[in-house]
Ligand binder design. Structure first.
Ligand SMILES: [Zn+2]
Length: 318
């Protein structure tokens, strides 16, 4: 085994998913085991024990609760007639490097585009970003505006004075990148100091080295107790010693390809969900994500945010 192969965890391949989850029954059993490891079904309404019936489960508390439910109730699979093997295959496709769009997914698993769109909408609920306790050491912060250049739009649709840092037609996305490789993306109302303060302060510990560009909205960082390194790109200062701001640029570069290459266009309302999806794939690119997500999908929504264990470094090639 080469060093490169050893570093990566064995991924769950499409063949694995299709072999392990051939029938509806095996999928249901898997979800049941994930939700109730001690094999005692629990009522989703009152948390008391339940018993199995022909179609699902019934609560044992027949006086006050009378809850009737099945394994799909309350999860991402609720109100869906699509068989679970197709759902699991969709999850496999959603954890690919660049994700998947609804038209491609519809062709792959044999459902309509509308159904595939809803399935992806539901699967996106699993990718919730959790900021680690509080980031410290070295952080790079940058912002990018999503919404496109006016010059590529039809003349009728063009709106004047919307370029640069204007938020009339565009949404600022803030990237907070920890130098260990963890990235956190958040949409913001604007790039003013007050907004940035609200986003950055809870995530980054005072005393951290924070590298930014020379935008004035970052000037409060020194007062707040951060070691602020402000790079003046306009004056040609791309790096100061070993400090540079290339990591967020790299994240935005990949994010651009993720959105434009796979989806072409995303709704403004759903942009944060796509950012969460991207961050999950970016932060866990060395881990097996498919099975972890299938296991997580057994839980009631909103599911706890998923944090995969970091792949261990291999000292020597086996
Ligand atoms: Zn109950």
């Amino acid at each position: 085994m080469t060093k490169k192969q050893a570093k990566r965890q064995t991924p769950t391949t499409l063949t694995d998913v299709q072999r392990s989850f051939k029938a509806e029954r095996s999928c249901k059993t898997h979800l049941e085991r994930q939700r109730w490891p001690d094999k005692i079904p629990i009522c989703i309404y009152c948390q008391k024990p339940a018993f199995k019936t022909a179609t699902g489960y019934k609560c044992t508390d027949r006086k006050t609760c009378k809850g009737i439910f099945n394994i799909r109730t309350g999860t991402i699979y609720e109100k869906s007639n699509v068989p679970l093997p197709k759902w699991f295959t969709a999850i496999h496709y959603a954890t690919r490097k660049r994700g998947i769009n609804s038209i491609e997914l519809a062709n792959e698993i044999g459902v309509t585009q509308k159904t595939a769109y809803r399935m992806l909408e539901q699967i996106r609920k699993l990718f919730r970003q959790v900021p680690p306790k509080q980031m410290r050491d070295i952080i790079s912060i940058d912002e990018k505006y999503f919404g496109g250049l006016e010059k590529w739009k039809n003349e009728v649709d063009r709106i004047g004075g919307t370029q640069g840092r204007s938020t009339k037609t565009k949404i600022p996305v803030i990237c907070i990148y920890h130098w260990s490789g963890y990235t956190h993306l958040r949409i913001a109302k604007n790039a003013k100091a007050v907004t940035l303060k609200m986003i950055i302060k809870p995530l980054v510990k005072p005393g951290t080295i924070v590298i930014t560009d020379s935008l004035k909205s970052y000037n409060w960082l020194t007062k707040a107790g951060y070691l602020h390194v402000s790079l003046n790109h306009k004056a040609g200062e791309m790096a100061r010693g070993c400090f540079h701001n290339n990591y967020p640029e790299n994240v935005f570069h990949h994010l651009n390809r993720f959105i434009r290459g796979t989806f072409l266009h995303v709704n403004k309302q759903n942009l944060q969900q796509y950012l969460d999806w991207f961050c999950f794939l970016f932060n866990n690119h060395k881990q097996d994500k498919c099975l972890a997500l299938i296991n997580l999908s057994a839980q009631i929504l909103p599911t706890p945010a998923i944090i995969l264990p970091v792949a261990k470094k291999v000292k020597k090639a086996a």
